[in-house]
Design a protein around this ligand. Sequence first.
Ligand SMILES: Cc1ncc(C[n+]2csc(CCOP(=O)(O)OP(=O)(O)O)c2C)c(N)n1
Ligand SMILES: [Mg+2]
Length: 371
Amino acid sequence: MTSEMLQVIAEDGAPSHTEAPELSRDQLRTIYRTMLATRELDERGLKLQRQGRIGFYLSSKGQEAAHIGSAFALNPEDWVFQSYRDPGILLLRGITFEEMLHQCYGNAKDNTRGRQMPVHYSFKKVNCNSISSPIGTQIVQAVGAAMAAKIRKDPIVAMTYFGDGGTSSNDFHTGMNFAGVYASPCVFVCENNGWAISCPVDGQTASTTMAAKAEAYGMPGVRVDGNDVLAVYRAAKEAVDRARAGKGPTLLELVTFRMGAHSSSDDDSRYRSEEMMELWGRKDPLARFRQFLVRGGFWEEGEDEELRQSVQSELQAAIEAAEKEGPPPLSSMFDDVFEERTATLEEQWDALRQAYEQGSVSGANVGEFPL
Ligand SMILES: Cc1ncc(C[n+]2csc(CCOP(=O)(O)OP(=O)(O)O)c2C)c(N)n1
Ligand SMILES: [Mg+2]
């Protein structure tokens, strides 16, 4: 096991030691556009939280290459079991800002009906499983889906995302062990961003690298420069092809950095130095890929501003649409568990409605979701 990292684009945007993967001009531009759109969404999302318009936000700033580059290696029918720090995967799969913002606002058009925390998206129509807050739970879910596909002989791969902290969870062990033994068509993507909230990597694992953990489960572990989108894509494509060919799972360690705080509830200046932030600021995956594209004649510097403006106006329209929607109806609380309400649920609904009508429950009229 080596601690060396796969790299295609050096930090200054020049070619590095590994050959670039074969991607067309259109594909390269799609990846870059998605990375930039993700960065803009994050910046706006965080501001919405600071303005008190949404309750919570969690940024993926600095990790765009890691999650978008790896998801780009999948086919649309493959399943994704993502973490909360991967919004670009949804954009890549065609989910709109508006659909995402309805979820962040928890409004009547939110497909999670205000039951999930903001940014905990769930889009079955693009094979993206619901994001769970408890760390590591998506890992076993992905292994289960991969096994189901194998039993049904569907040529489907499940890709799951988690952080460095996630490798210390019970579910990481359970999922990796099972997938190793049964050669499940699963790709494990660890985005090692150096931190689990305020806990640095060496505070939660004594392993030399995250990739080294693969060896114990009998699968390859590949360490990749996670701020180099082409290296990420290259490694992910190999792992996906391997899984689809029935050769079993792979663990990818994408070495990256969380450029923002853990979430809107965190102040990272309390545990990270300015020097550290500056050092990693110079490794920004977006700037690096842009330099590579410009050098190769795939992108022009001037195109950035044009794209940023169009993304921002799309975002603005999506925010306005999300703010126009009311909350989900109170009765929706009783939907989606049983096909028909049971007698007990019917009783509870009656009691709740009466309490609202009598004003003994605070919040306003029936229909408003009480937060
Ligand atoms: C089982 C569980 N334990 C603790 C938490 C609280 N928690 C939320 S995020 C987080 C850090 C996770 O770090 P990492 O896996 O590295 O992911 P990152 O946030 O860096 O992307 C913790 C401890 C949780 N959500 N679930
Ligand atoms: Mg982390």
